[in-house]
Structures are given as C-alpha cells and as structure tokens.
Ligand binder design. Structure first.
Ligand code: ZN
Ligand code: ZN
Length: 286
C-alpha cells in the first residue's frame, strides 16, 4: 500500500544535499528497521508499508488542509472564490494577524486530536516527524522563505514536567530536510499563562502581555531575519500572535506561522470538502 506519490518527508529542496552513499546507507538502515520493527499506522497502529504512513482508513478520516485556504490563518476554503482577491477569510480581513502568512496541515478534530495530544502529553515523540512531513508539504513556500525556524516556547515549569517542548520537536523535524536553521530557544516564556481558550480577545491580550520574550543571547540573531514560527495547534492564535509581536519588535524582517493542526473557528465547517489537488497528491495505490 503506497500512500504518498510525491516528495517524501526526508527529501529536501535545495539546501542540505545528502551525498549518495549516505542516502544508500539510510535506505539500507530503513529496510533493516522495517524488517525488525514492522511499521504501524500512527493513528490506529494497524499495519502499513512504511514508517510514518497512515493506513487507508485513518487517512480518509483525517482532514488534511490544502490550497485554497486563507493565506494568513490557513482556514480551508471549499473554492478559491471564498478567499476573495487577497485569499483571506473574514476574520483575518477584519483583524489581520501580526504574521505575514500562516498554514496548518490538519483540521483539529476528533481524528487529528489523538495525534496532537499524543505528541504533546503522551510521550509519542515519534509523531513529530510524521506531522512535520505534512506541515512541510502545505508550508513549503513558508519554509523556503524562512531563515530561522522558531518554536513557540513552553514555560520552564511545563517543560520540566513534560521533559520536551512538542513545538521544538516539530521545528527540528521541519528544519532537518531543508537544512534551515532551527533555534529552539530563541523565544522564552517568562511566566506561565492560564488556558486562553475561554477568554475573550482582550483578556487573552492581558494574559499574554509580557509573558513571552526573546532570549537575550539570541537577540542579535533576529534582526532582518525571516522567521518561521512553529506550534502544534492554532486555536485562537493569540499565543502565536504574541510571539510574532515580540519577534517583529526585535527587528525580524517577517514572521510566518506553521502549525500541525488548526482548530475551526466558531461557525466554521469542521470537515471542509477535500479538494481535487489533495486527492491526487495522496492517492492510495494498491
Ligand atoms: Zn490507521
Ligand atoms: Zn484567515
């Protein structure tokens, strides 16, 4: 069963060319690993042919986002005409986010939630490259534009409890194939914040004010750089917005946003029609 026809997660586009011998060794290593530890579906643990591939059932249930979508927040559109001349959704037209462009790989729903939460809380760090492969596909132009990939930071208390920052794992997995610089500690969460989901916009702004800062030793590396900000989920976008404000205030040339999953806004369809481009790209063969 083949689930991908186009680029594979490990293949870059330009920077970071892998010599042929190393590539051959990796292929041999991958074959050996597949023989000793048969790959399983990241969702249901059923049999699949290759590591990181979803089984056909789970693949059909997950809602991958592809163009056309809002250029700022990644909201999928059923047709390009929904985006208007600037390809932006209504909320982004009314209140544009501080970042230049934003994309999400998946709609955050009942099927993608176990993947995101498994990476976040369940020690399932093997999901980072799986999700990053799909983020890299929808966010290819953002990655090509980026000088530095930066994850949304965790407060050190949460980092101590979880032992890793899931956004940093995604950032590393995104930067690796293209050789883009990843700076996992450029941003720091100076104080922890209460969950923002139920707060109104003003309360969210108050809660986040001063909560995120540039690490002083990284300040010199921000100026005039194009930053790609990475997180696991975009819900209200408030945390990503605060990170973008901080980076732009420190002199970043631009900030883009790339997330694994995007929570639908109130009133937004939860399962948008998958478009023809997506179906063709992810055709299931065999
Ligand atoms: Zn499955
Ligand atoms: Zn939008």
């Amino acid at each position: 069963m083949i689930l991908y026809r186009d680029a594979e997660p490990g293949k870059g586009t330009g920077r970071g060319i892998i010599p042929g011998t190393v590539r051959a060794a990796r292929r041999a290593g991958s074959w050996l690993l597949d023989t000793l530890l048969p790959p399983d579906c990241p969702c249901c643990h059923g049999d699949v042919d290759r590591i990181g591939h979803f089984c056909p059932t789970c693949f059909r249930q997950l809602t991958f986002i592809a163009d056309p979508c809002c250029t700022r927040c990644g909201q999928p559109f059923i047709s390009a005409s929904f985006g208007g001349p600037r390809m932006m959704c209504g909320p982004c037209e009314d209140t544009p986010p501080p970042w230049r462009a934003g994309r999400a790989a998946l709609v955050y729903d009942d099927w993608s939630r176990p993947l995101v939460l498994g990476l976040k809380y369940g020690d399932r760090t093997e999901l980072a490259p799986v999700l990053a492969a799909h983020m890299g596909r929808i966010g290819r132009s953002l990655l090509e534009h980026a000088d530095i990939v930066v994850p949304v930071p965790l407060h050190r208390g949460r980092l101590f409890r979880r032992r890793y920052n899931q956004a940093a794992l995604l950032a590393r997995a995104l930067g690796r194939p293209t050789g883009t610089i990843v700076s996992p500690d450029m941003l720091v969460r100076v104080r922890s914040t209460a969950p923002l989901g139920r707060m109104g916009p003003a309360a969210r702004r108050d809660a986040l004010r001063g909560a995120i800062a540039i690490r002083p030793t990284r300040r010199d590396t921000v100026a005039n750089r194009h930053i790609l900000l990475v997180d696991d989920v975009m819900t209200t976008g408030a945390t990503l917005g605060e990170c973008a404000h901080v980076l732009l205030a420190a002199g970043a040339a631009s900030v883009d946003v790339l997330v694994a999953a995007r929570a639908p806004a109130p009133g937004e369809p939860r399962r948008p029609e998958k478009n023809a481009v997506l179906r063709e790209r992810y055709a299931v063969v065999g």
